[in-house]
Design a binder for this molecule. Structure first.
Ligand SMILES: [Zn+2]
Length: 491
């Protein structure tokens, strides 16, 4: 085994808990750490079905990338490249996101994080135990392996989609590390290049797909989305590449996976698109742990019993989501959706023809920043807030990349007229998939936590709600979504 870079040391406590987790194949730890086996040179997920190796032959690693960088190869039985993405600390997530967005370019990643290149390298190495370059090399290889095994893409498309620039170097790198040419690793029959890619997105635990779809159906803007009781579809633009995608649940019995089909002529956007779709449908959540933390409340417990697969619906595009959240302040879902649709038609660009009849892209900030929002049925104060928000977003959207706790963002944003704590927490809860965001002033939450049928005056106070929510940390966003759901049980 190569041992060039020291990995961050584990505490004895961590080691003990990892040891217990791997002996019991505890699924709650899947994606949280990986096991390198010195005697075989293979690394596994904690859930792997192979006979557990002796402790003295085992090394623990925080990510698959690091295990691979340390010279281990991914196990063919548990497929570590498919493990759920770990929930990283916020600063680590920011460092890593920048590297992935800028395709391994350290200079641009450093700028993105507003750090010098030296600071960026130093912080990255301290957080991950490997340099940004090493991380990127291993990350592309694992992304390629994932696409080879889980998509119908041609070898050339997998090569570019995973961040390689030359097919020859891609073939060499794959062969060097995995011992086989890409075509032999691919489970699918590689097709000629098409403009349609199918990718399997695995998840673990319960997942109520119909409930997730009904949430999006209620908020559907038909110009940009198409939601049925089986499928979610929408158009997208990413880095000036556009297209549309559909998501259905796998039809293979007992297979825990969504099937994503992407229609586009440039697959380089795939890694970004996949991670957005995973977030949108909350595929990396560990519901067991979340239920244990929030299940003490009686209303929430009832929802867990009835719909244990309720997950946190996210969003595909943050800017679009913030506009829709502002429109949703003190409005019904239906009214807010109607207004969002009008904005979409008035300012959005038309999209390419598609069989689902979607006609527009939601306008980005470049288009909305000059909009006057006249004639759409919006009040003057709502228009002022939208204008103020577009201006603010233009200059400050980085705030969403660097905050440590949502309270910091709240302090900044509530200075804008028309933006209150509810909006900020709703941005964070669904726009950023921040699991601890909590719109405590939400009417639904107030209703769910108050005595049934009590007068408005008797309702639970905001202070009491916040105090109660302490016990649900760091999963208050889930408490919120479960409390909303509890209203539909009681009605
Ligand atoms: Zn394994």
């Amino acid at each position: 085994m190569s041992n060039k870079t020291p990995t961050p040391d584990l505490t004895i406590h961590q080691k003990k808990s990892f040891q217990r987790a791997r002996m019991s194949r505890d699924a709650r730890f899947d994606g949280k750490f990986f096991i390198g086996v010195v005697t075989t040179g293979i690394f596994c997920r904690p859930i792997c079905r192979v006979k557990p190796p002796k402790e003295e032959n085992v090394r623990y690693y925080a990510t698959a990338v690091i295990a691979q960088q340390q010279g281990f190869r991914p196990c063919k039985r548990c497929l570590p490249e498919l493990a759920p993405e770990p929930r990283l600390a916020l600063t680590e997530k920011q460092l890593l996101n920048a590297l992935l967005i800028h395709q391994g370019n350290v200079n641009n990643s450093a700028k993105h994080c507003q750090l010098s290149e030296r600071q960026y390298r130093r912080r990255f190495s301290l957080s991950f135990g490997v340099t940004p370059n090493q991380y990127w090399q291993q990350h592309r290889l694992l992304s390629a392996l994932k696409l080879l095994r889980n998509s119908n893409l041609s070898i050339t498309d997998v090569c570019f989609a995973s961040g390689f620039n030359s097919v020859r170097r891609f073939n060499e790198a794959i062969k060097d590390l995995y011992g086989k040419a890409p075509s032999l690793l691919a489970e699918h029959v590689p097709k000629e290049a098409t403009n349609q890619a199918q990718i399997k997105l695995p998840y673990q635990g319960e997942f109520d797909w119909p409930l997730m779809l009904s949430f999006f159906a209620l908020r559907q803007i038909k110009e940009i989305e198409h939601v049925t009781d089986q499928q979610y579809a929408r158009v997208f633009t990413l880095d000036s590449t556009s297209g549309y995608f559909t998501v259905i649940h796998s039809e293979v019995p007992n297979e825990q996976a969504l099937l994503l089909t992407v229609h586009t002529d440039n697959f380089q956007i795939l890694p970004t698109l996949i991670s957005r779709v995973r977030k949108m449908f909350d595929l990396d959540a560990n519901l067991d742990i979340i239920h244990q933390t929030i299940g003490g409340n009686e209303n929430i417990r009832k929802v867990i019993e009835r719909t244990p697969g309720l997950r946190l619906p996210g969003c595909f595009d943050l800017f679009e989501f913030t506009i829709r959240a502002i429109l949703g302040q003190q409005f019904s879902v239906k009214a807010a959706t109607t207004l969002a649709k009008r904005i979409c038609v008035a300012y959005g660009l038309p999209c390419n023809a598609n069989p689902l009849g979607m006609s527009h892209h939601f306008p980005d900030n470049n288009r909305l920043i000059t909009a006057n929002f006249d004639g759409l049925g919006l009040t003057q104060s709502r228009i002022s807030t939208l204008k103020l928000w577009c201006q603010y977003y233009e200059n400050n959207h980085q705030i969403f990349n660097y905050y440590n706790h949502i309270d910091e963002v709240q302090q900044e944003l509530v200075k804008l007229k028309g933006i209150g704590p509810w909006t900020v927490n709703y941005f964070a809860m669904r726009g950023l998939s921040d699991p601890d965001a909590f719109p405590s002033a939400d009417l639904g939450i107030i209703k769910a936590l108050s005595e049934k049928g009590c007068a408005p005056k008797e309702r639970i106070k905001n202070k009491e709600i916040l105090a109660l929510a302490q016990q649900w940390r760091p999963w208050r966003a889930y408490a919120a979504i479960y409390l909303w759901q509890s209203l539909s049980i009681n009605e």
